[in-house]
Write a protein that binds this ligand. Structure first.
Ligand code: FAD
Length: 521
């Protein structure tokens, strides 16, 4: 993963690429893995960093979606449960089993959720993570001692998957590169190129680092820009009707004291009829999410006051110690690329399935779906691209493809476990430079070796890339991330050959980003 050599490849390429993918989130990078592993020549362009959009801002669940079961969407749940199993098989260093408890305060909840979750187990079939079961009040409190005790009758325990979304994304980008794909971050697609008959033949891109414009020819162009997909569709066809009804989801992050053991809480029905989770993640607790329809999409969506208050209020109904704004270490917001399906007033009712659309000029847009099903989405998309681009027919090869970093016992690497087999490389780096092992902040176990590794092996280009997506500092503790920024800027500047002025600009830009993750008391 080296940006300069990827750019060189794009500039020197004379023949059209088989497939050009616009967008470096789960959807786009998944497509690059699929297409490259079938043997196609693939270029992927991301306007910012890989995962800067929704794909680093999820609830971090690899799940069938208990809520979709409530909605009766059995096929979606079954497909997601199958993909959940494949993801655990192919990326065991990043995906693990997590136990959830649905706490019961009313008499009918144990039979109702107990039966529903048995159906969930059955649908998972051989891809099951473990059987659900009813728990007594004492068993629930043993797992979640911080739960509200007043009126608690018992609970239902079930299993689902958990992961680190942006770490998986970076590992998928590395997998795509290993399969021969060419991936460029900080490369914004600014226009589409058509022939005399109006058919797409390629695109133009703006290198955000140098300010230069380039062109790239491709047999098939895929719009995988998630919540931004209507923008690119309008540059193809100015009167294209919008496909997306964007809605934003907010999570707050609290200290581990609020959920000290390894079991998560699932609240199946909040005041607005949604599911809410409180999940242990990287020694913190993630609580969310909300669902607010929005008009405009941006790369750094901001939480609304009432969304934060709603999460605090819902969490307070279930936690003995009520969290307040002062307890929030970070707040992050993501935009759901929900596909419009008729005239629904509630975003919770919009389709969670993915949709593929091909325009008259041949622009293939794929959107919707969820992180868990990225592999299946990519398979469907490349099957269509193969026909559209008149490419030689080749079968999908990702069902058993190990993701970069694959390691069955990664927990042996301690704080570097999420790097899987790459942890060995980081340990070597630390042996050569023991000073790189020192944590950059007392609140988080993130060290200099991770910054250097991110620059050398994971195409990190900015302080934000390192602190938000190569490590998760910004998402875990925004003020600690800000305090680490000068050390990160110095290490990055050495790796990337940047000067003092660059470091100062980076720090100012990062401080601006951090302000969107801090909640005022
Ligand atoms: C709050 C929330 C919680 C969620 N939780 C879960 C969960 O727990 N589990 C799960 O399975 N799913 C979850 N999802 C869904 C999942 O996160 C998304 O479906 C998925 O990340 C969408 O990926 P994407 O690649 O389509 O979009 P994105 O990740 O947004 O990627 C699109 C990319 O396109 C780039 N782009 C846009 N325009 C251009 C251009 N002109 N040129 C180049 N690049 C461009 C953007 O910069 C962006 O990086 C959640 C979603 C939200 C919002």
């Amino acid at each position: 993963m080296n940006r300069a050599s990827f750019l060189q490849r794009i500039l020197e390429c004379r023949d059209p690429w088989d497939i050009a993918v616009v967008g470096g989130g789960a959807t786009g990078v998944g497509i690059a893995v699929d297409a490259a592993s079938r043997g196609y020549r693939v270029a992927l362009l991301e306007q910012s960093d890989f995962g800067k959009g929704t794909s680093s801002r999820s609830t971090k669940l690899v799940h069938g979606g208990v809520r979709y079961l409530q909605q009766g969407n059995i096929s979606l749940v079954m497909e997601a449960l199958r993909e959940r199993g494949l993801l655990l098989q192919n990326a065991p260093h990043l995906v693990h089993d997590l136990q959830f408890v649905v706490p019961n305060y009313a008499w009918w909840e144990a039979p109702f959720y107990g039966i529903g979750l048995k159906v969930y187990d059955t649908l998972a079939g051989k891809f099951g993570f473990g059987a659900s079961k009813l728990l007594s009040r004492d068993e629930v409190l043993e797992r979640i001692p911080t739960l509200e005790r007043d009126g608690l009758r018992g609970g239902v325990l079930y299993h689902d998957g958990q992961f680190d979304d942006s770490r998986l994304l970076i590992n998928l980008a590395q997998t795509a590169a290993e399969q021969g794909a060419c991936l460029l971050n900080y490369a914004r697609v600014t226009g589409l190129v058509k022939d005399a008959e109006g058919f797409l033949t390629g695109l133009s891109l703006h290198d955000q680092e140098t300010g230069q414009e380039h062109r790239l020819a491709a047999r098939c162009v895929i719009n995988a820009t998630g919540p931004f997909c209507d923008e690119l569709r309008r540059s193809d066809d100015p009167v294209a009707a919008p496909m997306i009804a964007p809605s934003q989801g907010v999570h707050i992050v609290l200290s581990r004291d609020f959920l000290p053991r390894d079991t998560a809480i699932m609240v199946p029905h909040t005041r607005d009829g949604r599911v809410m989770f409180a999940i242990p993640w990287h020694h913190h607790v993630v609580v969310g999410t909300t669902d607010t329809p929005i008009q405009t999409v941006s790369l750094e969506p901001k939480p609304l006051e009432h969304e934060v208050d709603f999460i605090l209020e819902t969490a307070s109904g279930y936690l003995a110690r009520r969290p307040t704004r002062r307890d929030i270490l970070s707040v992050f917001t993501g935009i759901r690329p929900l596909v419009k399906a008729g005239d629904h007033s509630s975003t919770a009712a919009l389709s969670r399935d993915h949709t593929i659309h091909i325009s008259k000029s041949g622009l293939l847009t794929i959107t919707g779906g969820k992180w868990t099903t990225y592999r299946k989405m990519a398979e469907d998309c490349v099957d269509h691209a193969m026909v559209l681009g008149r490419l030689a027919e080749r079968p999908c090869a990702t069902k058993d493809l190990h993701v970069h970093g694959f390691h069955r016992r990664a927990e042996q690497f301690g704080p570097l476990a999420d790097y899987g087999s790459d942890a060995v490389g980081l340990e070597e780096l630390i042996r050569a430079r023991p000073d790189f092992a020192t944590p950059l902040h007392e609140a988080l176990p993130i060290c200099g070796a991770q910054v250097v590794w991110a620059a050398r092996c994971e195409m990190a280009r900015t302080v934000d890339d390192v602190l938000a997506r190569r490590t998760r500092a910004l998402f875990l503790n925004a003020k600690a991330a800000l305090a680490m920024a000068p050390a990160v800027a110095r290490l990055l500047a050495t790796e990337l050959g940047r000067d003092e002025a660059w470091q100062q600009r980076q720090l100012a830009e990062f401080a601006d980003i951090v302000s969107g993750y801090v909640v005022t008391a």
